[in-house]
Design a protein around this ligand. Structure first.
Ligand code: CTP
Length: 402
Protein backbone atom coordinates (compact mmCIF):
# COMPACT_ATOMS: atom_id res chain seq x y z
CA UNK A 1 0.00 0.00 0.00
CA UNK A 2 1.27 3.53 -0.73
CA UNK A 3 2.24 5.50 2.38
CA UNK A 4 -0.71 7.44 3.81
CA UNK A 5 -0.32 11.21 3.95
CA UNK A 6 -0.72 12.64 7.44
CA UNK A 7 -1.67 16.08 6.10
CA UNK A 8 -5.16 17.34 6.81
CA UNK A 9 -7.23 17.18 3.62
CA UNK A 10 -7.68 20.60 2.05
CA UNK A 11 -11.08 22.19 1.71
CA UNK A 12 -12.02 23.91 -1.50
CA UNK A 13 -15.04 26.07 -2.15
CA UNK A 14 -16.11 25.74 -5.75
CA UNK A 15 -18.28 28.61 -6.92
CA UNK A 16 -20.34 27.73 -9.97
CA UNK A 17 -21.86 30.62 -11.91
CA UNK A 18 -24.39 30.32 -14.71
CA UNK A 19 -22.78 29.38 -18.00
CA UNK A 20 -23.16 26.39 -20.27
CA UNK A 21 -19.78 25.08 -19.01
CA UNK A 22 -21.48 24.25 -15.68
CA UNK A 23 -21.60 20.64 -16.83
CA UNK A 24 -17.80 20.58 -16.92
CA UNK A 25 -17.74 21.77 -13.29
CA UNK A 26 -19.36 18.43 -12.37
CA UNK A 27 -16.33 16.60 -13.79
CA UNK A 28 -14.07 19.07 -11.98
CA UNK A 29 -15.70 18.18 -8.64
CA UNK A 30 -15.27 14.47 -9.39
CA UNK A 31 -11.55 14.94 -10.08
CA UNK A 32 -11.05 17.09 -6.98
CA UNK A 33 -12.79 14.57 -4.72
CA UNK A 34 -10.68 11.81 -6.24
CA UNK A 35 -7.54 13.86 -5.53
CA UNK A 36 -8.52 13.92 -1.84
CA UNK A 37 -9.96 17.44 -1.51
CA UNK A 38 -13.09 18.25 0.48
CA UNK A 39 -15.26 20.19 -1.97
CA UNK A 40 -18.04 22.53 -0.92
CA UNK A 41 -20.03 23.70 -3.92
CA UNK A 42 -21.72 27.10 -3.94
CA UNK A 43 -24.07 27.76 -6.87
CA UNK A 44 -25.54 30.98 -8.12
CA UNK A 45 -29.21 31.14 -9.03
CA UNK A 46 -28.29 31.24 -12.75
CA UNK A 47 -26.07 28.16 -12.43
CA UNK A 48 -29.07 26.19 -11.13
CA UNK A 49 -30.78 26.82 -14.47
CA UNK A 50 -28.08 24.67 -16.11
CA UNK A 51 -27.36 21.91 -13.56
CA UNK A 52 -29.29 20.97 -10.45
CA UNK A 53 -27.70 21.18 -6.98
CA UNK A 54 -28.52 17.48 -6.57
CA UNK A 55 -25.91 16.58 -9.21
CA UNK A 56 -23.16 18.47 -7.36
CA UNK A 57 -24.35 17.21 -3.99
CA UNK A 58 -24.14 13.60 -5.17
CA UNK A 59 -20.62 14.00 -6.58
CA UNK A 60 -19.21 16.15 -3.75
CA UNK A 61 -20.97 14.27 -0.94
CA UNK A 62 -21.98 17.59 0.68
CA UNK A 63 -25.14 19.70 0.52
CA UNK A 64 -24.75 22.50 -1.99
CA UNK A 65 -24.96 26.06 -0.71
CA UNK A 66 -27.18 28.33 -2.76
CA UNK A 67 -28.94 30.87 -0.56
CA UNK A 68 -27.69 33.64 1.72
CA UNK A 69 -31.02 34.19 3.36
CA UNK A 70 -32.02 30.59 4.03
CA UNK A 71 -32.08 30.06 7.78
CA UNK A 72 -31.23 26.37 7.57
CA UNK A 73 -28.35 26.85 5.11
CA UNK A 74 -26.99 29.81 7.07
CA UNK A 75 -27.03 27.87 10.35
CA UNK A 76 -25.62 24.66 8.82
CA UNK A 77 -23.13 26.11 6.33
CA UNK A 78 -22.87 29.86 6.96
CA UNK A 79 -21.21 32.31 4.57
CA UNK A 80 -18.46 33.36 6.99
CA UNK A 81 -17.77 29.74 7.82
CA UNK A 82 -17.37 28.96 4.13
CA UNK A 83 -15.05 31.92 3.65
CA UNK A 84 -12.91 30.91 6.64
CA UNK A 85 -12.76 27.18 6.02
CA UNK A 86 -11.68 27.38 2.41
CA UNK A 87 -8.03 26.68 1.67
CA UNK A 88 -8.81 28.06 -1.78
CA UNK A 89 -11.86 29.26 -3.67
CA UNK A 90 -12.33 28.38 -7.32
CA UNK A 91 -14.90 29.95 -9.60
CA UNK A 92 -15.52 27.69 -12.57
CA UNK A 93 -17.14 28.59 -14.82
CA UNK A 94 -16.85 32.31 -14.10
CA UNK A 95 -19.25 34.37 -16.21
CA UNK A 96 -18.68 37.97 -17.32
CA UNK A 97 -21.37 38.93 -14.82
CA UNK A 98 -19.72 37.35 -11.75
CA UNK A 99 -16.31 38.71 -12.75
CA UNK A 100 -17.86 42.19 -13.05
CA UNK A 101 -19.47 41.85 -9.64
CA UNK A 102 -16.29 40.72 -7.88
CA UNK A 103 -14.26 43.47 -9.53
CA UNK A 104 -16.80 46.07 -8.39
CA UNK A 105 -17.15 44.80 -4.84
CA UNK A 106 -20.77 43.74 -5.21
CA UNK A 107 -21.90 41.09 -2.75
CA UNK A 108 -25.54 40.44 -3.51
CA UNK A 109 -25.72 36.63 -3.30
CA UNK A 110 -24.06 33.82 -1.38
CA UNK A 111 -21.08 33.31 -3.71
CA UNK A 112 -20.15 36.99 -3.98
CA UNK A 113 -20.60 37.40 -0.21
CA UNK A 114 -18.25 34.48 0.50
CA UNK A 115 -15.72 35.96 -1.92
CA UNK A 116 -15.90 39.31 -0.16
CA UNK A 117 -15.29 37.68 3.22
CA UNK A 118 -12.48 35.28 2.37
CA UNK A 119 -8.74 35.56 2.83
CA UNK A 120 -8.06 32.34 0.89
CA UNK A 121 -6.50 32.45 -2.58
CA UNK A 122 -9.13 32.72 -5.31
CA UNK A 123 -8.81 31.12 -8.74
CA UNK A 124 -11.10 32.39 -11.49
CA UNK A 125 -11.69 30.28 -14.62
CA UNK A 126 -13.64 32.47 -17.07
CA UNK A 127 -15.86 30.90 -19.70
CA UNK A 128 -18.07 32.83 -22.12
CA UNK A 129 -18.68 33.82 -25.72
CA UNK A 130 -15.55 35.11 -27.50
CA UNK A 131 -16.93 38.61 -27.99
CA UNK A 132 -17.89 38.85 -24.33
CA UNK A 133 -14.40 37.68 -23.39
CA UNK A 134 -12.80 40.28 -25.66
CA UNK A 135 -15.03 43.07 -24.33
CA UNK A 136 -12.73 45.78 -22.90
CA UNK A 137 -14.85 46.06 -19.74
CA UNK A 138 -14.35 42.36 -18.98
CA UNK A 139 -10.65 42.61 -19.81
CA UNK A 140 -10.28 45.65 -17.56
CA UNK A 141 -12.05 43.75 -14.75
CA UNK A 142 -9.69 40.77 -15.15
CA UNK A 143 -6.64 43.04 -15.07
CA UNK A 144 -7.95 44.70 -11.93
CA UNK A 145 -8.54 41.36 -10.24
CA UNK A 146 -5.08 40.08 -11.24
CA UNK A 147 -3.56 43.25 -9.79
CA UNK A 148 -5.42 42.60 -6.54
CA UNK A 149 -3.94 39.10 -6.29
CA UNK A 150 -6.72 36.98 -7.77
CA UNK A 151 -5.46 34.09 -9.88
CA UNK A 152 -6.92 34.08 -13.37
CA UNK A 153 -6.87 31.17 -15.82
CA UNK A 154 -6.86 31.85 -19.54
CA UNK A 155 -9.88 30.34 -21.25
CA UNK A 156 -9.14 27.72 -23.89
CA UNK A 157 -9.76 28.23 -27.58
CA UNK A 158 -12.07 26.16 -29.74
CA UNK A 159 -15.66 25.57 -30.62
CA UNK A 160 -18.05 27.37 -28.26
CA UNK A 161 -21.59 26.28 -27.39
CA UNK A 162 -22.95 29.56 -28.78
CA UNK A 163 -21.72 28.55 -32.25
CA UNK A 164 -18.62 30.76 -32.30
CA UNK A 165 -15.01 29.53 -32.63
CA UNK A 166 -12.45 31.26 -30.47
CA UNK A 167 -11.27 31.97 -26.96
CA UNK A 168 -13.81 31.42 -24.23
CA UNK A 169 -13.98 27.70 -23.44
CA UNK A 170 -13.59 26.65 -19.83
CA UNK A 171 -10.10 25.14 -19.46
CA UNK A 172 -10.09 21.34 -19.20
CA UNK A 173 -10.95 20.16 -15.65
CA UNK A 174 -7.55 18.40 -15.43
CA UNK A 175 -5.80 21.71 -16.09
CA UNK A 176 -7.89 23.46 -13.43
CA UNK A 177 -6.99 20.73 -10.91
CA UNK A 178 -3.31 21.22 -11.75
CA UNK A 179 -3.60 25.00 -11.16
CA UNK A 180 -5.26 24.35 -7.79
CA UNK A 181 -2.41 22.05 -6.73
CA UNK A 182 0.03 24.78 -7.74
CA UNK A 183 -1.94 27.38 -5.78
CA UNK A 184 -1.78 25.35 -2.58
CA UNK A 185 1.88 24.35 -2.70
CA UNK A 186 4.72 26.30 -1.09
CA UNK A 187 6.81 27.84 -3.88
CA UNK A 188 10.07 26.63 -2.39
CA UNK A 189 11.57 25.72 -5.78
CA UNK A 190 10.89 29.13 -7.31
CA UNK A 191 14.58 29.84 -7.90
CA UNK A 192 15.26 26.48 -9.57
CA UNK A 193 15.67 25.76 -13.27
CA UNK A 194 15.11 22.02 -13.34
CA UNK A 195 16.35 19.85 -16.15
CA UNK A 196 14.52 16.52 -15.92
CA UNK A 197 14.92 13.48 -18.15
CA UNK A 198 12.33 10.73 -18.40
CA UNK A 199 11.40 7.54 -20.19
CA UNK A 200 13.31 5.03 -22.27
CA UNK A 201 15.38 5.46 -25.41
CA UNK A 202 14.59 3.83 -28.71
CA UNK A 203 17.72 2.70 -30.52
CA UNK A 204 16.79 1.91 -34.14
CA UNK A 205 17.93 -1.28 -35.80
CA UNK A 206 16.19 -0.81 -39.15
CA UNK A 207 13.25 1.40 -40.24
CA UNK A 208 10.70 -0.71 -38.31
CA UNK A 209 12.59 -2.09 -35.31
CA UNK A 210 14.31 -0.66 -32.27
CA UNK A 211 15.86 -1.71 -28.96
CA UNK A 212 14.13 -0.22 -25.91
CA UNK A 213 13.52 -0.90 -22.20
CA UNK A 214 10.52 -1.04 -19.89
CA UNK A 215 10.71 2.52 -18.55
CA UNK A 216 7.27 4.20 -18.58
CA UNK A 217 8.53 7.73 -17.83
CA UNK A 218 6.22 8.00 -14.80
CA UNK A 219 8.98 8.98 -12.33
CA UNK A 220 10.38 11.76 -14.54
CA UNK A 221 6.91 13.11 -15.31
CA UNK A 222 6.02 13.08 -11.59
CA UNK A 223 9.21 15.05 -10.88
CA UNK A 224 8.25 17.56 -13.57
CA UNK A 225 4.70 17.93 -12.22
CA UNK A 226 5.72 18.37 -8.57
CA UNK A 227 8.57 20.72 -9.54
CA UNK A 228 6.11 22.94 -11.42
CA UNK A 229 3.68 22.90 -8.52
CA UNK A 230 6.48 24.09 -6.25
CA UNK A 231 7.30 27.01 -8.53
CA UNK A 232 10.28 25.71 -10.56
CA UNK A 233 10.94 26.28 -14.26
CA UNK A 234 10.97 22.82 -15.80
CA UNK A 235 12.55 21.50 -18.99
CA UNK A 236 11.55 17.89 -19.58
CA UNK A 237 13.67 15.89 -22.00
CA UNK A 238 11.66 12.77 -22.64
CA UNK A 239 12.10 9.55 -24.53
CA UNK A 240 8.97 8.03 -26.10
CA UNK A 241 6.20 7.56 -23.49
CA UNK A 242 2.41 7.32 -23.45
CA UNK A 243 2.12 10.14 -20.90
CA UNK A 244 0.70 13.64 -21.33
CA UNK A 245 3.34 16.25 -20.52
CA UNK A 246 2.56 18.31 -17.40
CA UNK A 247 1.12 21.74 -18.23
CA UNK A 248 3.81 24.41 -17.94
CA UNK A 249 6.81 22.17 -18.69
CA UNK A 250 9.01 22.84 -21.70
CA UNK A 251 9.03 19.46 -23.41
CA UNK A 252 11.91 18.30 -25.61
CA UNK A 253 11.01 14.91 -27.14
CA UNK A 254 13.90 12.63 -28.11
CA UNK A 255 14.33 9.03 -29.25
CA UNK A 256 17.91 7.83 -28.92
CA UNK A 257 20.51 8.21 -26.16
CA UNK A 258 22.60 10.32 -28.55
CA UNK A 259 19.70 12.74 -29.08
CA UNK A 260 19.05 12.82 -25.35
CA UNK A 261 22.72 13.58 -24.66
CA UNK A 262 22.79 16.38 -27.20
CA UNK A 263 19.63 18.00 -25.76
CA UNK A 264 20.94 17.69 -22.19
CA UNK A 265 24.34 19.19 -22.96
CA UNK A 266 22.63 22.15 -24.67
CA UNK A 267 20.33 22.80 -21.69
CA UNK A 268 22.84 21.97 -18.94
CA UNK A 269 24.51 25.42 -18.56
CA UNK A 270 21.13 27.06 -17.76
CA UNK A 271 20.06 24.43 -15.21
CA UNK A 272 20.39 24.71 -11.44
CA UNK A 273 19.62 21.02 -10.96
CA UNK A 274 19.46 17.95 -13.18
CA UNK A 275 17.25 14.98 -12.32
CA UNK A 276 18.24 12.09 -14.51
CA UNK A 277 15.24 9.78 -14.24
CA UNK A 278 15.51 8.51 -17.84
CA UNK A 279 16.46 4.89 -18.36
CA UNK A 280 19.20 5.77 -20.82
CA UNK A 281 19.96 2.96 -23.26
CA UNK A 282 23.39 1.60 -22.40
CA UNK A 283 23.87 0.13 -25.90
CA UNK A 284 22.82 0.87 -29.46
CA UNK A 285 23.05 -1.33 -32.57
CA UNK A 286 26.45 -0.92 -34.16
CA UNK A 287 24.88 0.00 -37.47
CA UNK A 288 21.49 1.09 -38.63
CA UNK A 289 20.24 -0.99 -41.57
CA UNK A 290 18.39 1.43 -43.86
CA UNK A 291 16.11 -1.29 -45.27
CA UNK A 292 13.94 -3.68 -43.28
CA UNK A 293 15.96 -6.74 -42.27
CA UNK A 294 14.34 -9.76 -43.95
CA UNK A 295 13.49 -12.94 -42.07
CA UNK A 296 15.96 -15.76 -42.66
CA UNK A 297 16.62 -19.20 -41.25
CA UNK A 298 20.17 -18.59 -40.02
CA UNK A 299 20.87 -17.16 -36.57
CA UNK A 300 21.21 -13.39 -36.57
CA UNK A 301 23.87 -11.75 -34.42
CA UNK A 302 23.51 -8.15 -33.38
CA UNK A 303 26.60 -6.12 -32.65
CA UNK A 304 25.96 -3.48 -29.98
CA UNK A 305 28.07 -0.45 -29.14
CA UNK A 306 28.07 1.20 -25.72
CA UNK A 307 26.43 4.63 -25.47
CA UNK A 308 28.17 7.38 -23.54
CA UNK A 309 27.29 7.69 -19.85
CA UNK A 310 25.55 11.08 -19.93
CA UNK A 311 25.35 11.55 -16.19
CA UNK A 312 29.04 10.81 -15.74
CA UNK A 313 29.77 13.48 -18.34
CA UNK A 314 27.62 15.98 -16.44
CA UNK A 315 29.41 15.09 -13.21
CA UNK A 316 32.74 15.85 -14.85
CA UNK A 317 31.67 19.23 -16.23
CA UNK A 318 29.27 20.48 -13.56
CA UNK A 319 29.54 24.04 -12.49
CA UNK A 320 27.27 24.48 -9.48
CA UNK A 321 24.46 22.30 -10.84
CA UNK A 322 22.93 19.89 -8.35
CA UNK A 323 22.99 16.38 -9.85
CA UNK A 324 20.43 13.73 -9.02
CA UNK A 325 20.86 10.24 -10.46
CA UNK A 326 18.67 7.17 -10.32
CA UNK A 327 19.86 3.64 -9.84
CA UNK A 328 17.68 0.73 -10.84
CA UNK A 329 19.19 -2.29 -9.13
CA UNK A 330 18.37 -5.95 -8.79
CA UNK A 331 21.01 -6.73 -6.11
CA UNK A 332 23.35 -5.03 -3.59
CA UNK A 333 21.29 -1.83 -3.77
CA UNK A 334 23.22 0.40 -1.37
CA UNK A 335 26.70 -0.73 -2.46
CA UNK A 336 25.91 -0.24 -6.16
CA UNK A 337 24.15 3.08 -5.61
CA UNK A 338 27.03 4.43 -3.48
CA UNK A 339 29.45 3.49 -6.22
CA UNK A 340 27.39 5.35 -8.85
CA UNK A 341 27.03 8.37 -6.56
CA UNK A 342 30.80 8.58 -6.13
CA UNK A 343 31.88 7.73 -9.66
CA UNK A 344 29.38 10.04 -11.40
CA UNK A 345 30.05 12.86 -8.84
CA UNK A 346 26.37 13.13 -7.89
CA UNK A 347 24.83 15.08 -5.03
CA UNK A 348 22.00 12.63 -4.57
CA UNK A 349 21.02 9.23 -5.91
CA UNK A 350 17.61 7.61 -5.78
CA UNK A 351 18.07 3.86 -5.68
CA UNK A 352 15.36 1.31 -6.06
CA UNK A 353 15.17 -2.42 -6.18
CA UNK A 354 13.25 -3.09 -9.37
CA UNK A 355 12.56 -6.68 -8.38
CA UNK A 356 10.42 -5.54 -5.43
CA UNK A 357 6.65 -5.52 -5.86
CA UNK A 358 5.31 -2.01 -6.52
CA UNK A 359 8.77 -0.68 -7.46
CA UNK A 360 9.06 -1.96 -11.01
CA UNK A 361 9.40 0.05 -14.17
CA UNK A 362 5.74 0.64 -14.99
CA UNK A 363 4.47 0.95 -11.39
CA UNK A 364 2.72 4.04 -10.00
CA UNK A 365 4.57 3.53 -6.73
CA UNK A 366 8.16 3.19 -5.65
CA UNK A 367 10.06 2.19 -2.50
CA UNK A 368 13.31 4.08 -2.86
CA UNK A 369 16.45 4.71 -0.85
CA UNK A 370 18.01 8.18 -1.01
CA UNK A 371 21.80 8.36 -0.69
CA UNK A 372 23.55 11.70 -0.72
CA UNK A 373 27.09 13.08 -1.02
CA UNK A 374 27.36 13.52 2.78
CA UNK A 375 27.01 9.75 3.23
CA UNK A 376 23.41 9.84 4.49
CA UNK A 377 21.28 6.82 3.56
CA UNK A 378 17.53 7.25 3.86
CA UNK A 379 15.23 4.31 3.23
CA UNK A 380 11.72 5.42 2.25
CA UNK A 381 8.58 3.30 2.43
CA UNK A 382 6.45 2.43 -0.60
CA UNK A 383 4.74 5.59 -1.84
CA UNK A 384 3.34 7.14 -5.01
CA UNK A 385 5.84 8.51 -7.50
CA UNK A 386 4.36 12.00 -6.93
CA UNK A 387 5.04 11.71 -3.20
CA UNK A 388 8.54 10.38 -3.88
CA UNK A 389 9.21 13.34 -6.18
CA UNK A 390 8.32 15.65 -3.28
CA UNK A 391 10.67 13.77 -0.93
CA UNK A 392 13.47 14.07 -3.47
CA UNK A 393 12.91 17.85 -3.68
CA UNK A 394 12.75 18.14 0.13
CA UNK A 395 16.11 16.32 0.35
CA UNK A 396 17.60 18.47 -2.43
CA UNK A 397 16.57 21.69 -0.65
CA UNK A 398 17.86 20.48 2.72
CA UNK A 399 21.19 19.48 1.18
CA UNK A 400 21.51 22.80 -0.69
CA UNK A 401 21.11 24.64 2.63
CA UNK A 402 24.00 22.75 4.23
N1 CTP B 1 22.71 7.10 -17.10
C1 CTP B 1 23.20 7.98 -18.04
N2 CTP B 1 23.75 7.52 -19.21
C2 CTP B 1 23.84 6.19 -19.44
C3 CTP B 1 23.35 5.27 -18.49
C4 CTP B 1 22.80 5.77 -17.33
O1 CTP B 1 23.14 9.19 -17.84
N3 CTP B 1 24.37 5.77 -20.57
C5 CTP B 1 22.13 7.62 -15.87
C6 CTP B 1 20.69 7.18 -15.60
O2 CTP B 1 19.79 8.12 -16.12
C7 CTP B 1 20.63 7.13 -14.09
C8 CTP B 1 22.03 6.78 -13.68
O3 CTP B 1 22.87 7.10 -14.80
O4 CTP B 1 20.29 8.36 -13.52
C9 CTP B 1 22.24 5.35 -13.30
O5 CTP B 1 21.71 4.52 -14.28
P1 CTP B 1 21.83 2.94 -14.21
O6 CTP B 1 21.37 2.38 -15.51
O7 CTP B 1 21.24 2.42 -12.95
O8 CTP B 1 23.36 2.82 -14.07
P2 CTP B 1 24.50 2.46 -15.02
O9 CTP B 1 25.58 3.44 -14.73
O10 CTP B 1 24.05 2.30 -16.45
O11 CTP B 1 24.94 1.05 -14.43
P3 CTP B 1 24.35 -0.42 -14.62
O12 CTP B 1 23.38 -0.36 -15.78
O13 CTP B 1 25.56 -1.20 -14.91
O14 CTP B 1 23.71 -0.77 -13.32
Amino acid sequence: MPEKRVEKPKTLVLGVSGGIACYKAVELVRLLVRAGFGVQVVMTREAMEFVTPLTFQTISGRPVATETFSLTQESEIGHINLADQADAIIIAPATANIIGKIASGIADDLLTTVLMATRAPVLIAPSMNTHMYENPILQENLRKLARLGYHIMEPAEGYLACGYEGKGRLPEPEDIVERIHGLLKKKDLASEQLLITAGPNHEPLDPVRFIANRSSGKMGYALARQGLRRGAQVTLISGPTALAPPAGARLIPVQTAAEMRQAILKEFPKATAVLMAAAVADYRPEKFVPRKIKRGTAALTLQLRPNPDILRELGARKNGQFLVGFAAETEALVINAKKKLREKKLDLIVANDVTQEGSGFDADTNAATLLDRTGAVRRLPLMSKGELADRIYDHLLALKKK
